[in-house]
Structure formats: C-alpha cells, structure tokens
Design a protein around this ligand. Structure first.
Ligand code: PMP
Length: 359
C-alpha cells in the first residue's frame, strides 16, 4: 500500500466481484448474468451510436430517461440513469448519508453496501437477519437512518411483501429508504408504486439481469422529483457523462422489445423451479427464490468443498466466506442445458462424498 493513500483508506476492503475467467470455458453461474444475448437490435443500435463517439454523449440521457420513465408510468424528472445500478447506489450513499446520517442494512445482503459506506466515510449499522436468513421489516420501523434493502435480497433470494416495505417507508419520513430491485423482474412486488405516494423512497433497478446488458453498465434510480434532483446534483459533481452513448442506444433498443425480456424471464423462472426441485432431490436445502439465482446448502458437504469441486468440473458458482452464509453457494440460473450440467456435476460430487464416507 502506498504511503500516499489517505489514511482512512489504508485498510479499505474493496468489493470483490465474482470471477470473470479468461482462458478456460466454464459453465458460468457465479455472477447472476443473463445466459441470453442482448435483445434483437441492440448490437446495431450500439454500433450506430459508435459512429458518433467523437462527440460527448447527452449528459441527461434524455431519450432513454423518457423511455424508462414511460415504462414505469412516471415523469422523466423521477428517473436518473446511471452506469449500472452500482452507480446509483453509490450516489445514494453520497447524497443521503453522512457523518450524522448513518446508513443501515441487513447483515446478510449485497456486499457492496458496506463498501460504499466505507469509501464514503459513512457510519453504518448492520441488522441481523432472522435464523432463516429473511429480513424482519419490524427491525427497520422508525429507525431514523438511511435504509438500504435489496428486495428481493441477495444472496438469499428472499423477498419482502410490498406492504412491509411501505410500513418501513411510512415510519421513516425523515429518511430515505432505498429499495434495490436488481432482481425484481424474477419475483416479488416492485416498490415503484410507492414512489408515487412517498417522497422518501428511491427504487434502483438494472439492465444487468433480466435485460441481458451486464457488460454495458446501465442502471437507474426511480424516486420523487426532489430525490432525483438531489442525486443529479451529485452526479453532475462527479460524472456528468455517466451513461455512454452506445449503452444508452442499447438500453433504448432493449426497452423497445419488452416481449424479449419477458420471454427470457419466464425461461429463467422455469429453470429456477427445475433447479430447485433437482437440488432438493439431491438433499440440498434450498429456499424458494424470487430471483435469477438460488441459495443452496448441503447438510453434510461444506459450501467451500462444493464450490471447489464444481470449479474442478468446469462450473463456477459463488461462494461467500462470512460465517452466517459460508455453508451456502449462490447459483445463478442459466439455460436448461447449463442447469442440467450443474445437477449432473452435483450428483457426482454427492455420490463421491457418500462413497468416501462409507469406506
Ligand atoms: N444490487 C444487487 C443486489 C446486486 O446483486 C447487484 C449485482 N452485483 C447490483 C445491485 C449491481 O448490479 P449492476 O451494477 O450491474 O446494475
């Protein structure tokens, strides 16, 4: 570590993204990407936009913002487009949290919240999830801090019902409640409906999962005009041209083809049910998921061993090390063929394990 780094960052622990392997081809079920290509027309529109790369892009992404707002039945002043939803989440930490305005989030959730808090020098509290790893909404009532909740939550895949989110929002009128809906298209009820009723809700969504655009980096914040104006002040103080013109064009082409997204979501949900059932047959504990991944644990084989054995067999899943979730693996849902490959590999791994234990 350089002596020049500011002292507060000397021990900063950065976010560790899931592995993006080079060389060997894996069945890649570790970063919750879509297994399906971008919508028809995306490539052509992005290529067309590339012709104008000598010019700066529209810092307000007006066309895309308008189309996104229409998609949600809101006015464009209620939408801010960002470079992935990670960027809007970071903007939310910068805009709505601070030394005297701490953040709060569950102890089992998207690992980036803690990193955003640390890098922005925001104090934070982590509230333990229940024994079944679900969030108890009552823990957040009247808490008086800026709340970050992923709904459905990651990596558990569990969703809170809208009425419980609304209770949290209602009971914290002086604080912003950020609902991270990266996985909402795969299950659960969206809180976008609350944006019309409350001025303290910010919903974040992404083009990375259901919309097959992870590599283009496109996300958004949806909230009251006041919240979006404040977030824009921060955006224009940091990165005015945050959504590049090729990504904006790709986003528009994607939104113009909602049937394609819906078809892919339906396929993922079907494959998720297939995978859940097969995993349970193999003895895994798998709770019902509202996302494009499942969170699974074996009663006897450790999470790490399963992760490593799968890796050996050319299948990547995501393993986390925190104590509460170290027995689990988060498995992204891919195509039917990918999920069959996973089940075949896990069948071998479990059979080998029991053979060895019998000897
Ligand atoms: N929120 C959650 C809960 C996530 O799992 C992810 C994906 N890593 C994100 C937000 C950010 O995704 P992106 O920046 O690609 O929109």
């Amino acid at each position: 570590m350089s002596n020049y780094i500011r002292p507060e960052f000397a021990s900063l622990e950065p976010y560790v993204p899931g592995e993006q392997p080079a060389g060997k081809t894996y069945v890649k079920l570790n970063t919750n990407e879509s297994p399906f290509p971008p919508a028809p027309g995306v490539r052509e529109r992005a290529a067309k936009a590339a012709e104008g790369l000598n010019l700066y892009n529209d810092p307000d992404s007006r066309e895309l913002t308008k189309k996104t707002a229409e998609h949600f039945g809101l006015s464009p002043e209620c939408v801010l487009m960002t470079s992935g939803s990670d960027e809007i989440l970071n903007f939310a930490f910068i805009t709505f949290c601070g030394k005297d305005r701490p953040a709060v989030f569950p102890d089992v959730t998207y690992g980036f919240y803690k990193v955003f808090a640390n890098v922005n020098l925001v104090p934070y509290e982590e509230i333990p999830v229940k024994d079944d790893l679900s969030i108890d909404y009552r823990d957040y009532l009247g808490i008086g801090k800026t709340i970050f909740i992923a709904n459905p939550n990651a990596p558990t895949g569990k969703a809170l019902p809208l009425n419980e989110i609304e209770e949290i929002v209602k009971s914290n009128p002086d604080n912003v409640v950020v609902i991270d809906e990266a996985y909402i298209d795969f299950g659960g009820e969206s809180s976008v409906a609350l944006v019309k009723k409350y001025d303290n809700v910010l919903v974040t969504q992404t083009f990375s999962k259901s919309r097959s655009m992870a590599g283009a980096r496109l996300g958004m914040g949806i909230g009251s005009k006041e919240l979006i104006t404040s977030l824009n002040t921060v955006k224009f103080s940091m990165n005015p041209y945050n959504v590049n013109s090729m990504t904006a064009a790709a986003g528009l082409a994607t939104l113009e083809n909602p049937e394609y997204t819906a078809k892919n979501v339906a396929a993922i949900v079907k494959n998720r049910e297939y995978t859940t059932e097969k995993l349970r047959e193999l003895g895994f504990e798998v709770s019902d998921s509202s996302t494009n991944f499942v969170f699974a644990k074996h009663p006897e084989i450790s999470g790490e061993e399963i992760y490593l054995s799968l890796r050996e067999k050319g299948i990547l899943v995501r393993h986390f090390t925190p104590q509460k979730i170290k027995d689990y693996n988060r498995i992204s849902i891919g195509t039917r063929e990918q999920m069959e490959a996973l089940i075949t590999a896990l069948k071998e791994i479990t059979e080998e394990y029991y053979e060895i234990s019998d000897n």
